[in-house]
Design a protein around this ligand. Structure first.
Ligand SMILES: [Fe+2]
Length: 203
């Protein structure tokens, strides 16, 4: 079965004024849709892979046939990353995490404020296009990493709890080159309820 663009869980203007409607529309309907289409085209050449889900493909890149490996990495990664990204944002969100996630963040980073600073630093200093992530490993250790392009922590056996897209396509229309302003604004739309759900499910 071909991969499909998941439904956006809110309208294009739902994250205004922090993320503008035009950016959301292009980001979702052009960029994310493009990754899905390109992934499906790549898999046409190897229909035996079509029954796998995108996580299985990405966790096992070494065994993806050479002629489509880069395309699966970039477009499968793009599809997977954006599918996470839409859900961990939302309108009318909590200001900060709560429950077990809040405890773990405090324990790991000292405070929520420190965590935000470290995460923002990873996001702003990612050279070129990529993502910043809050991840846990198999032992329950939490850390912040960043990845280039559309790479995802699952490539390295890590579990993505929270991810921030710092490709220019995510912010350039509203913020131009001011990535740091986009990052500061983005904290206002993080859907901590969903991040907490991911943490409890994955950690
Ligand atoms: Fe993106």
């Amino acid at each position: 079965m071909a991969f499909e663009l998941p439904k956006l869980p809110y309208s294009y203007d739902a994250l205004e004024p922090y993320i503008d409607a035009r950016t959301m529309e292009i980001h979702y309907s052009k960029h994310h849709a493009g990754y899905v289409n390109n992934l499906n085209s790549a898999l046409e050449k190897h229909p035996e892979l079509k029954n796998k889900n995108v996580e299985d493909l990405l966790k096992d890149l070494d065994n993806i046939p050479n002629d489509i490996r880069t395309s699966v990495r970039n477009n499968g990664g793009g599809h997977y990353n954006h599918s996470i990204f839409w859900t961990i944002m939302g309108p009318k969100v909590e200001e900060k995490p709560f429950g077990k996630l809040a405890e773990k963040i405090d324990k790991t980073f000292g405070s929520f404020k420190n965590f935000k600073e470290e995460f923002s630093k990873a996001a702003v200093s990612r050279f070129g296009s990529g993502w910043a992530w809050l991840v846990t490993d198999d032992f329950g250790n939490m850390s912040i990493i960043s990845t280039p392009n559309q790479d995802n922590p699952i490539f390295f056996g890590l579990k993505p709890i929270l991810g921030l897209d710092v490709w220019e396509h995510a912010y350039y229309l509203k913020y131009q080159n001011r990535r740091i302003e986009y990052i500061e604004a983005w904290w206002n739309v993080v859907n901590w309820k969903e991040v907490e759900n991911r943490f409890e499910k994955l950690a």
